[in-house]
Design a protein around this ligand. Sequence first.
Ligand SMILES: [Zn+2]
Length: 99
Amino acid sequence: MNCPQCEHQIESADAICQHCGFDLSSAAWVVLTKVYPPDDLIIESLLNSYGIPHKILRREVPQMPVTVGPLAEVIVIVPEQILAQAKALLQELEDQSNS
Ligand SMILES: [Zn+2]
């Protein structure tokens, strides 16, 4: 994935950019979208292919291995700096699936 500040490649969503020193772990993470499986995998691969740093929050309940309904909700968060960019990508994805 890429640094939201300088686009330099970084290793993980918890890394500090070697190029500009931007610290992703201290960035403001905001909710990009809430989805249900398997849409989370589609969004994850989309964000990966564009190098967009993101975190996937899965609300899994250990006592219930089969997650259905609201329990299976997946929250995708991104650094605030690239929220607009990520939203634009999701919009494109939506436009494609609607056409
Ligand atoms: Zn950077």
